[in-house]
Design a binder for this molecule. Sequence first.
Ligand SMILES: [Zn+2]
Length: 120
Amino acid sequence: MDPEVARTNLLEKRADAMRRLRGLDASFADIVEAARDSNLDDEHDPEGTTVAVSRAQVSSLASETRQQLDAIDAALERVADGSYGVCSRCGQRIADARLDALPVTTTCVDCARSAGRASS
Ligand SMILES: [Zn+2]
């Protein structure tokens, strides 16, 4: 894959993830705000459970998104040092179709398959 194409794809993904993270931070703030309001009324408000659940969901989505950002940054570093698109297990080039679908992948499809088999 052309490193410039890879870089553009990754930067787009990075911008998407950043937007998603900002959205999640905003909803997290809303939920915290809502929780503060409802706690004034009644600490054992059934609403409180819902708030805790949505807080947990938002924070797990946010940490997922942060992990994606880390993976994207790592992929961008590989683009910069020229190792992008090379399988980290067997050293073969990763097919463009796979990089299109999974821009942050570090393994070729064969190695991914054998890793899947080994771990299951
Ligand atoms: Zn491989």
